[in-house]
Design a protein. Structure first.
Length: 355
């Protein structure tokens, strides 16, 4: 290489090394302080030191001599998207992207100076891909779990008679204050279910509403739903978890305190508790009743939603039993004004103490 090319390469390596350091530190700090991810923080720190060691083959004085910040035309070029981040997770995502790209730049240009150091950077790059993927999955998991923890009003819906009707139902419920939606429909075929699930997930995500698929962990994963809900006769919780992964929600229906305790042991993120009252949507030979709601309130720490025949006339009984999270079907499906009804439910639930 001629002198000009050498200087250009050093400038590129200097700028890229700075971007890698900044990006890695941005990502590492979130893993450390927001996620309390000890192992992940340690791995990101190790990658940072691996990169620094590889770059030590470049004399720092040479890099500094090649640096020309004032003359760098790139400092004057920026996009509107760079000036604003919509969330902390957006900051992390930007840091991940910046780091991966810069590592590749360093790897390629370092080959012209030291092939062994370039190979070390390549190893660090692949190592970072794995760590950053784990980080983003952990962020997604914690976000979903946090929203489930804060949820009060959970609505169950079917696939509807057509796509337009389903879309309207989901939109109305999402805009009415519902925190979680579950698609439960045993009569629709798989193609209809996955199509509806994709639509529902897309609409719900824009409204920060969780969208859950009933029973079908495979469809929940394929449609990118927030999670799956299984009953006592469907997939065991650990099997559902294996399918959807640790970044998604797994909910389990329970009808006794023993089942609730087992659901927690199986790693459920939340449980359904009931049936509390006779229901128009599902028949049961026995009802767990309000006594079961009281048992769950006293013994179970994960979010629990009372379900079965709950309406505005008996909601106070549920709340007095210690539960301020409910799941509804008929009470929202068959009412005259979904928005007004959901708003009344939500207001009363929000006034109760959240466990």
């Amino acid at each position: 290489m001629n002198k000009n090319s050498e200087q250009a390469v050093l400038r590129i390596l200097d700028a890229s090394a700075n971007r890698v350091g900044e990006g890695l530190r941005t990502v590492e700090e979130w893993a450390r302080f927001a996620l309390d991810g000890e192992a992940l923080s340690a791995e990101l720190k190790a990658i940072r030191h691996q990169v620094s060691t590889a770059l030590a083959v470049l004399p720092r004085t040479s890099l500094l001599a090649a640096r020309d910040t004032l003359g760098d035309v790139g400092t004057k070029i920026s996009q509107d998207t760079e000036r604003v981040r919509d969330s902390a997770s957006g900051v992390v995502a930007a840091g991940i992207s910046r780091t991966g790209q810069s590592l590749r730049v360093i790897e390629e240009y370092l080959k012209t100076i030291n092939a062994d150091a370039a190979a070390t950077i390549e190893q660090a790059r692949y190592r970072f891909y794995t760590a950053s993927a784990n980080l983003e999955l952990l962020i997604a998991a914690q976000d979903r779990q946090s929203r489930m923890q804060d949820a009060r009003l959970y609505a169950l819906i079917d696939a509807g008679t057509n796509e337009a009707e389903f879309q309207a139902t989901v939109t109305t419920l999402c805009e009415s204050g519902v925190d979680v939606l579950q698609l439960r429909d045993s009569s629709s075929d798989d193609r209809t279910l996955i199509a509806r699930a994709r639509i529902g997930t897309e609409i719900a995500r824009k409204c920060s509403v969780l969208f859950i698929m009933n029973d079908r962990a495979d469809l929940a994963l394929a449609a990118d739903c927030d999670g799956v809900h299984v009953g006592q006769e469907e997939l065991p919780g650990p099997v559902a978890r294996k399918i959807v992964g640790h970044d998604r929600i797994v909910g389990i229906s329970t009808h006794s305190i023993d089942q609730a305790i087992q659901a927690v042991a199986d790693g459920a993120d939340y449980i359904g508790c009931g049936p509390v009252f006779p229901s128009r949507t599902k028949s049961f030979d026995e009802f767990a009743g309000l006594e079961y709601v009281r048992e769950v309130s006293a013994q179970i720490q994960i979010p629990s939603f009372a379900i079965g025949g709950i309406n505005e006339s008996n909601l106070d009984q549920v709340i007095k039993s210690g539960c301020c999270r409910i799941a509804l079907t008929a009470a929202l499906r068959d009412c005259e004004d979904v928005t007004a009804t959901a708003t009344r439910f939500k207001k009363k639930l929000m006034s109760a103490n959240l466990k």
